[in-house]
Design a protein around this ligand. Structure first.
Ligand code: BES
Ligand code: ZN
Length: 987
């Protein structure tokens, strides 16, 4: 029908259909353009791009490192962008098309550039994007304003697929050049894919009232902003972002900054997009949301969301910002906990850093499909549902702890990471390590009952030590280039070790100096970038100002912890007659296969030592990074019958070994009155002694005898340490003839605790008691405590009889109860859990059920779970696939099945985990963590050879798994019989 204005009236549905058909054909054309454009680029041009890279100091250093690598035969090309032009401001306009069959992104980007040196080309990032060649424009700004430079007609737009570069070359015939000091605007229209790959701008799917719904959401870090829009995708190329998002009228759009206005999507705009022509009336249901320009920031922090979610506004008191939580409508009732603690933690960090949060709003949103745990996008933090949502009735204290931890971590990044950003990914640890440290401070502020500062030692310090004790560990600071390598360093070393050495630094500088230095560092670098030395400089200055006695500069001390891998074990030998001790250090390794990995001229650290004989008076001293052969002697006025403990509250990142007499005295103290030693040091003693024994540096008898004090222990942290170290022995012995005896011993240890905390939750008990019960019940049941098993089996049977009754099993015990009932039970117990999993609307409950389902001892059920993990219709999300495979692998029956599954489905797995291979790393580690036979080791090594290409990005994890398997094999040879002898002696 013709209208008066000359347009055509098209029904909405038809309009959309037309739009979709058009986009479809456009993509087809685009794909064609894509492949046509993929011609080899003239060699000279590539050189040009690299040559111009030396214009800035930071890229010059990278070039040098690259050359160095190339000389070593490493295949690292220079993946850094040239610095001939730098982005100042982006105008990004995006329309994610959320229509089944036509998921795509229509985009337009316009980038203001500052030219740093003359060049005839612009090199920026772009991946899986098709640019409309006719739309590409380079316009000079300023005096001759409006002058359009000619883009070369032949090869003017080139995709370097391997490097993920888009190269725009000016026409050689016109001799157009970008000149130094001038400003330009580069603009273009493009089409991208709205995939389900959990990176770039992607789609997430969920059900609302039984109907399938779609949303668009972004995950840019580390190198996927280039999949959402062509950009200069490096952390030190900060710019201002003005974002416009297209959406249907039923949807809400969100970005880093607040909405400023909304306009109707017009045909003129669509024309402007130059992508398709459609009648305006068809577009009346579509809008553009325009967001305020951002502060200067890195591309990896940009966020776009289009979804039909519920907003829950938080109470912020008199804060200068607004704070909102978003979730699927039917999950929005689970947002209360985040709503309560979010603003409190944000205010805490404002005070801690002494810098106000600079944006007018903070949004936190729970995404049904999300690869990581959470992402700190400035002003729009995205979370996995389990990391943000908490259901009072259905989630456990561990879920609450996780939500608190993750929120605190991402909020800490708003300063450390967002306001001041690492210059390049080599310093990633600075971002992640710091946030991993500060999350404990923020969490302690809102949830002190969880004693976060104590838990630090088990959750981070002791946890990472087990990885860092391998020869194949890596230094915190690693030179990285390619996206695969960058992804690979989001690991326990960057996070856990990073956090641990920062905690150690804060301890030896003193809290006041540390905080002041930090604030100075952040203020002087705000909206910019930094390398680790900048932080050390700021702290050294502050230490001088506050007259903190240090043996050398902060940099000299910290370099020994960031540039070398591993950590030391300090040997303390007492001279009991002269009240003195001798100290020496050596790299702690679980197993040494190569003498150079303990080279005494390399592996030495500046070790801040503390010691006490009573936890009243604390002495301190330093071991220098040059003190090896000469033993350091220290006079300590301690009675010869008095124990001496080093590394008070385990503030330092090192292990301590003592002479046997001192170990004996510590043991006696633990047996008579363990509270004379601090809870953290009790945890340290458990962890150090059992690990020293594992490494063959302390006899198992001493270590195992120390654990006998646990019958008096009622604190959470020492138990947590002891159980994870004992868990290692259990995993080594679970398929040996002596397992029955070991189980008996573990039952003897755990039963008093189990009886103390009881199976049932008490009203009003503190959170750590609940956590202690979770551990006690889980161990009691798995070690065969009859009471525990029958209570679990009965509760589960009651639940099966009354599935909707949520009061039958406490959410805290649901994991163990389900696991035990499934292990003891049959197919129907497993099916019931699966059905509850599929029916649940609470992600944290789902996660607990899914992992308990892997407790089955029926091989065919485990096989079914493995198959389900990769089947998109099974109800298991892609984000959870890796976890399912790992969980099956942790079951000693499923271990080998998982390994076979990975080998047989390797190509499929690669597709599921495209570039973020950390999932692949996780699976390999899970599968191989308990390998302890020659055959398993051999097969693992063969696997690495056969799949070497597909394992890129998981190489280090594979090597670490091999090392671990070797350690395990060695453990079986050296220690198995000793442990069995000890067990036989006491039973
Ligand atoms: N910046 C990361 C998210 C991330 C991880 C991006 C890996 C890209 C690759 C975020 O701050 C983070 O560290 N999240 C953690 C949770 C945190 C509490 C340790 C995560 O995702 O597990
Ligand atoms: Zn982080």
């Amino acid at each position: 029908m013709k209208t008066t204005s000359g347009g055509y009236v098209v029904s909405k549905c038809r309009a959309l259909l037309l739009l979709i058909v058009f986009i479809g054909s456009l993509i087809a054309v685009g794909v064609l353009v894509y492949f046509l454009a993929d011609r080899p680029y003239p060699a000279a041009a590539t050189n040009g791009a690299t040559a111009s890279a030396s214009s800035s100091s930071s890229s010059t250093t990278t070039n040098k490192k690259d050359q160095h690598h190339e000389m070593n035969g490493s295949n690292n090309k220079n993946v850094r962008l040239p610095r001939a032009v730098l982005p100042v401001r982006y105008d990004v306009r995006l329309f994610p098309v959320l229509e089944k069959g036509n998921f795509s992104i229509l985009g337009q980007v316009s980038i203001d550039l500052e030219c740093q040196m003359e060049t005839d080309r612009i090199v920026l990032h772009s991946a899986d994007i098709v640019v409309d060649p006719k739309s590409v424009k380079v316009i000079e700004q300023g005096k001759s304003s409006g002058k359009t430079l000619m883009v070369a007609s032949d090869g003017g737009i080139h995709y370097d697929i391997e490097m993920e570069f888009l190269v725009i070359r000016l026409c050689p015939k016109h001799k157009d050049k970008l000149v130094k000091g001038a400003n330009y605007t580069l603009s273009m229209n493009y089409v991208g894919n709205l995939t389900d790959q959990l990176r770039g701008l992607y789609r997430s799917t969920y059900k609302e009232d039984g109907v399938e719904k779609y949303m668009a959401v972004s995950q840019m870090e580390p190198t996927d902003a280039r999949r959402a829009f062509p950009c200069f995708d490096e952390p030190n190329m900060k710019a201002i972002f003005s974002v416009t998002l297209g959406r249907h009228r039923d949807m809400t759009a969100l970005s880093n900054m607040p909405l400023i206005n909304t306009t109707q999507m017009q045909v003129t705009l669509l024309h402007h997009l130059n992508l398709f022509i459609l009648h305006p009336e068809g577009m009346d249901g579509f809008y553009w949301d325009h967001f305020a320009p951002s502060v200067p920031m890195s591309t990896y922090l940009v966020a776009f969301i289009v979804a039909n979610f519920t907003q829950v506004e938080a109470d912020v008191g008199n804060a200068t910002w607004k704070f909102n939580i978003y979730a699927r409508p039917s999950a929005s009732n689970q947002a209360q906990y985040a709503r309560e603690i979010g603003p409190k933690i944000q205010a805490f960090f404002e005070d801690y850093f002494q810098i106000p949060f600079p944006l007018p709003k903070q949004d936190m949103i729970a995404i049904p499909d999300f690869a990581a745990g959470a992402m700190e996008n400035w002003g729009l933090i995205t979370y996995r549902e389990t990391a943000l949502l908490y259901d009072e009735k259905k989630s456990s204290v561990n879920n609450k702890e996780r939500v608190c931890e993750v929120i605190a971590h991402e909020l800490a990044h708003q300063w450390f990471g967002n306001l001041v950003t690492m210059d390049w990914w080599t310093d990633l640890w600075l971002n992640e390590g710091f946030a991993s440290y500060a999350e404990y401070l923020g969490s302690e502020h809102v949830e002190p009952g969880l004693k976060w500062l104590q838990q630090f030692v088990t959750r981070d310090l002791q946890d990472v030590m087990s990885l860092d004790a391998l020869e194949s560990s890596h230094p915190i600071s690693v030179v990285v280039h390619h996206p695969n390598e960058i992804n690979e360093i989001f690991d326990r070393i960057s996070y856990g070790k990073g956090a641990t050495i920062i905690r150690m630094l804060a301890a030896f500088l003193g809290e006041k100096t540390f905080r002041q230095g930090l604030t100075n560092y952040l203020k002087s670098r705000q909206y910019g970038n930094a390398v680790q030395d900048d932080l050390w400089d700021a702290l050294t200055k502050q230490a001088k100002a506050n007259k903190v006695p240090l043996p050398t500069g902060v940099k000299q001390i910290m370099d020994t912890w960031t540039l070398k891998m591993g950590f030391p074990v300090v040997m303390v030998t007492r001279d009991y007659d002269n009240s003195s001790v001798f100290l020496s250090q050596e790299r702690f390794l679980m197993q040494r296969s190569n003498a150079s990995s303990q080279d005494k001229t390399v592996y030495l650290w500046w070790v801040p030592l503390t010691y006490t004989t009573d936890f009243q008076t604390i002495g301190s001293t330093w071991l220098a990074d040059g003190q090896t052969s000469k033993k350091h002697e220290l006079s300590i006025p301690a009675d010869k019958n008095q124990w001496l403990i080093f590394n008070v509250d385990q503030m330092g990142y090192y292990r301590i070994n003592y002479d046997s007499q001192n170990w004996q005295m510590i043991g006696q103290q633990l047996m008579t009155n363990h509270t004379a030693i601090s809870a953290i040091n009790r945890a340290q003693i458990m962890d150090d002694s059992l690990n020293l024994a594992e490494a063959g540096q302390l006899d198992y008898e001493t270590a195992l005898n120390l654990t006998r004090y646990l019958e008096h222990e009622t604190d959470y942290v020492p138990w947590d340490s002891a159980l994870s170290s004992l868990g290692y022995i259990s995993s080594m012995m679970s398929r040996t003839s002596a397992y029955g005896l070991l189980k008996k011993h573990f039952r003897t240890i755990i039963t008093p605790l189990y009886n103390l905390v009881g199976f049932d939750q008490k009203v009003g008990e503190d959170l750590l008691t609940t956590k202690l019960r979770i551990n006690a019940v889980s161990w009691a049941c798995s070690m065969g405590n009859k009471d525990c098993i029958s209570r679990s089996v009965n509760s589960y049977a009651q639940w099966m009889a009354d599935p909707e009754n949520i009061d039958l099993i406490s959410p805290n015990l649901k994991g163990t109860v389900t696991c035990t009932a499934i292990r003891e039970g049959d197919e129907i117990e497993w099916e019931f859990a699966l059905n509850r999993y599929l029916a649940s609307n609470v992600a944290s409950e789902q996660a607990v059920l899914l992992s308990s389902m892997s407790c089955s001892e029926k091989p065919w059920i485990l096989a079914k779970m493995l198959e389900m993990s990769l089947n998109s219709t099974s109800g298991i999300r892609k984000q959870d696939a890796a976890r399912v495979i790992s969980q099956v692998a942790y079951n000693s029956l499923g271990r080998y099945m998982s390994f076979n599954f990975i080998r047989n489905n390797f190509d499929e797995l690669r597709k599921v985990f495209p570039s973020t291979f950390s999932s692949m790393s996780g699976i390999i580690k899970a599968v191989a963590s308990s390998f302890n036979t020659e055959l398993e080791l051999k097969e693992l090594m063969q696997f690495r050879v056969e799949k070497s290409v597909g394992l890129s990005g998981a190489e280090r994890a594979t090597q670490q798994s091999i090392d671990r398997a070797k350690n395990n094999l060695n453990w079986m040879r050296q220690n198995y019989h000793k442990v069995v002898d000890w067990l036989q002696r006491i039973y």
